[in-house]
Design a protein around this ligand. Structure first.
Ligand code: CTP
Ligand code: CA
Length: 223
């Protein structure tokens, strides 16, 4: 097929993608979050549409236009992201989790604005649900793809997540690599599955998304 034409590697498949950060409220005016831009997830949603899939993009608060042809569901907190994902999971063939979900949330969201009293403030946090692991543990689970952004022991940590979360594939990236990753337009991925792996060398997130979507289609069709 011609390079510029849409491929049909994922024709007829329903894909759910999470992207961006989550935002965990502390009180009516404050939250904690992270610097995730959502770019990788949005690029994957775009590539999946172009590969013929029907795509639902569950997006945290990011400043990005919706890729053409995908259905977007905006959320803020991890709890809300999980709720949205559970709604769509039933009819999802492939789940790609790129969201930088906050690992913890405030144990209690203050009803009123927290006042400035004293020289120190201590807040207590509790663990958020693991959205990817929850979906991967479903009885009728979709093909599950995770991301692992690591700053050390990249491959070992990624393989650990592949096994512990019950995933079919994981895309690892080294966030210490110069000019790549989190907020950047470029990235490099080491994609790992049960009986194989592939390095997708540094390039634009759009190029990487295309490469990853192809690998996912290959492995999905082997199942
Ligand atoms: N993930 C998720 N829900 C969470 C945490 C992570 O769905 N509450 C997903 C991410 O979207 C990603 C994968 O799990 O696809 C790995 O996320 P990561 O933050 O690297 O792993 P954690 O299990 O949170 O472990 P840690 O942050 O300690 O490395
Ligand atoms: Ca985490």
């Amino acid at each position: 097929h011609a390079f510029s034409e849409p491929t049909s590697e994922l024709a007829g498949l329903k894909i759910m993608v999470t992207a961006g950060p989550t935002r965990e409220p502390l009180d009516p005016v404050r939250f904690i979050s992270n610097h995730s831009s959502g770019k990788m997830g949005f690029a994957i949603a775009d590539a999946a549409v172009k590969a013929g899939a029907q795509v639902t993009l569950v997006a945290g608060p990011v400043n990005l236009p919706t890729p053409q042809g995908c259905q977007r569901h905006n959320v803020l907190s991890a709890d809300d992201m999980l709720k949205a994902c559970e709604t769509y999971a039933e009819s999802t063939d492939i789940f790609i989790a790129t969201a930088a979900v906050a690992d913890y949330k405030a144990s209690q969201v203050a009803e009123n604005k927290i006042k400035k009293v004293g020289d120190e403030l201590t807040l207590t946090f509790i663990k958020n649900p693991d959205i990817l692991a929850t979906i991967a543990a479903r009885q009728n689970k979709p093909f599950c793809v995770g991301f692992a952004a690591e700053s050390e022991n990249v491959e070992a940590y990624a393989r650990g997540k592949l096994v512990n979360k019950g995933l079919d594939m994981i895309a690892a990236n080294d966030i210490t690599a110069e000019g790549l990753g989190f907020n950047s337009d470029n990235n490099a991925l080491h994609v790992i599955w049960n009986d194989g792996d592939k390095h997708l060398p540094a390039s634009s997130k759009a190029e990487l998304a295309k490469g990853l979507v192809s690998l996912i289609a290959q492995q999905y069709n082997k199942n």
